[in-house]
Design a protein around this ligand. Structure first.
Ligand code: G4P
Length: 531
């Protein structure tokens, strides 16, 4: 048993969730600035280069027709070792985005202050909620006209079902943005946007007790509004409770402007203090402590074709316990094989670094000769570890798929199964027929193009996709108790099955789901399936 407590306990592994354009990239860049990962002197250039690198990588990936990598950024700050997991947005949104959340111990939710809670945030939040991990909220773009602060908080509480606890409070917004009031120290951090992109954006701290000076700086009107709001806030908001935060029931809320680098360091400092060290994971019903146990990890993502020349696959693993030593042999539990992990690497946006060691909390990518599946466990040869699988997330787009040349049935089946095994798509069948009718479900529509492209380029099979109108899929939780033949659904409901024969239901809208539940007492439907 190793003693890696110090290395492990300084790790904080989190994902950033947001709707596209809320400012995730900008905030990440500012974090990196504090971590020294981007050179301060060249910060403006650094920002451009960093973004350039990321988008280049994405372009390449798109050209190849494969989904965009969720990259991992690691940096050190204030004695912490921080892993940020990227969750791709826009049309790159796929099941991988959800799976990345399975590898994180906490999440940072970035919200655009003028937009409030948006669709993609809502979806990602659901997965965080399912796991009960801590969620930290950064309300961004306060330098632009923002929605009413109380309304924003109310929206988070109502829409997402999590209590909010503002750690600081904005004073105005847009042109009238004057800074934030820090509740703990009862002081105001004043805003100036003169140093865009640099570390020194933050400025004066003035105590609330120093009313005259504060009024002079922020103006009498803002001062009076602030005093009123503080009074209201103290009466209305939830008490700060770290246990509740760690259970994902209460989200600490911060306000700022990533672009002008205001409020970012305050957020980072507080967040790091409140976020958990690598969380223990459950193996065979036991909770395995990350520090007390030898190396173990689980696969949360498989990426094919990272390197076109080699047609390789990379399995991404989250280390759950102990220290990973590249020279040691490990056991792939599901495959029953002892091996050395090949070319272990840390994958950043556009560069890969070969690793010799890593610790619980870290993410590594290893060369996969086609043996790993999502959810697989890797541990020391003598250990008896097997982590719970990763849930299957509900696809939202469906299509019937047929190969154009019927002679190519074999390649088609092989290809589509392989791609499903990597987790890029989910495949289903009509409930009453065999394999001839295949229905593909995806979380993001781009995956349809990926499927078409990959089947053509890798398996030489041309396919036709016929879109289906369904948007909702539900797993039947109590399938043993339900006679599917007798199930009374709505006219637009479709019964299908997965490759293991588990029954599933497709619906066009959520109203039909409600109707079906009403008509079949005792039926339990779920948005998440188990592998
Ligand atoms: P994302 O990763 O969540 O998709 O968002 P990203 O950081 O790329 O930000 C989206 C746009 O919002 C960018 O503008 C960015 O500069 C801007 N932005 C981010 N944070 C703030 C903020 O605090 N205040 C203001 N006013 N704008 C912010 P863009 O014009 O799309 O890109 P760019 O040309 O600036 O790179």
């Amino acid at each position: 048993m190793g003693n890696y407590a110090e290395e492990i306990n300084k790790r904080r592994t989190f994902a950033i969730i947001s709707h596209p354009d809320a400012g995730k990239t900008t905030l990440t860049e500012k974090f990196l600035l504090y971590g020294g990962a981007i050179n301060l002197a060249g910060s403006v250039k650094g920002k451009a280069t960093a973004r350039h690198a990321v988008s280049d990588w994405m372009e390449i990936e798109k050209e190849r027709g494969i989904s965009v990598t969720s990259s991992v950024l690691q940096f050190n700050y204030d004695g912490y070792c921080i892993n940020i997991l990227d969750t791709p947005g826009h049309q790159d949104f796929s099941e991988d985005t959800y799976r990345t959340l399975m590898a994180a111990d906490s999440a940072v939710m970035v919200i655009d202050a003028s937009k409030g809670v948006e669709a993609q945030t809502r979806k990602l939040f659901k997965v965080c909620g399912m796991r009960g991990i801590p969620i930290f909220t950064f309300i961004n773009k306060m330098d632009r006209d923002a929605n009413d602060t109380f309304e924003l908080l109310d929206e988070i509480e109502k829409e997402l079902g999590i209590a909010t606890c503002p750690v600081n409070w904005p004073i105005g917004s847009g042109k009238a943005f004057r800074g934030v009031y820090d509740r703990h120290s009862n002081s105001v951090v004043t805003y100036s946007d003169t140093e865009k992109g640099t570390k020194e954006g933050e400025t004066n701290v003035i105590s609330m007790d120093d009313e005259a000076q504060l009024t002079e700086v922020i103006g009498a009107e803002a001062m009076s509004t602030l005093q009123d709001e503080i009074e209201l806030l103290d009466g209305a908001s939830a008490e700060f409770d770290l246990d509740e935060v760690r259970r994902g029931k209460l989200t600490p809320v911060f306000f700022g402007s990533a672009l002008t680098n205001f409020g970012v360091e305050i957020f980072l400092q507080n967040f790091l203090k409140m976020a958990t060290t690598p969380l223990p994971r459950v193996s065979k019903g036991d909770v395995l402590d990350p520090v007390e146990n030898d190396f173990s990890a689980f696969v949360f993502k498989i990426q094919a074709n990272m390197n076109k020349a080699h047609r390789d696959r990379i399995a991404f693993m989250r280390i759950c316990s102990g220290k990973f030593d590249a020279s040691a042999e490990v056991k792939h539990v599901q495959g029953g094989k002892v091996m050395r992990l090949s070319q272990p690497q840390q994958i950043m946006a556009d560069e890969r670094k070969i690793l010799s060691e890593a610790y619980a909390g870290d993410i590594i990518g290893v060369f996969d000769p086609g043996i790993f599946s999502i959810g697989d466990t890797v541990c020391m040869p003598k250990a008896d570890v097997c982590y719970e699988g990763i849930p299957t997330f509900a696809p939202e787009h469906f299509a019937r798929v047929r190969q154009v040349d019927t002679m190519k049935r074999k390649q088609f089946i092989k290809g589509i199964n392989q791609i499903a095994q990597e987790g890029a798509i989910q495949i289903f069948q009509e409930f009453n027929t065999g394999m001839e009718e295949i229905i593909v479900g995806v979380v993001g529509v781009l995956q349809f193009d990926v499927l078409k492209y990959r089947l053509e380029s890798e398996y030489n099979v041309e396919i036709k996709l016929e879109p289906l109108p369904y948007e909702h899929i539900r797993w039947i939780e109590n399938k043993e108790e339900v006679d599917l033949a007798k199930l009374i659904g709505t006219s637009d409901m479709k019964k299908i099955k997965d490759l293991k024969g588990n029954p599933l239901l497709l619906f066009i809208n959520s109203w039909s789901i409600g109707m079906t539940l009403d008509r079949n007492k005792g039926l339990v439907l779920s948005e998440f399936g188990r592998n």
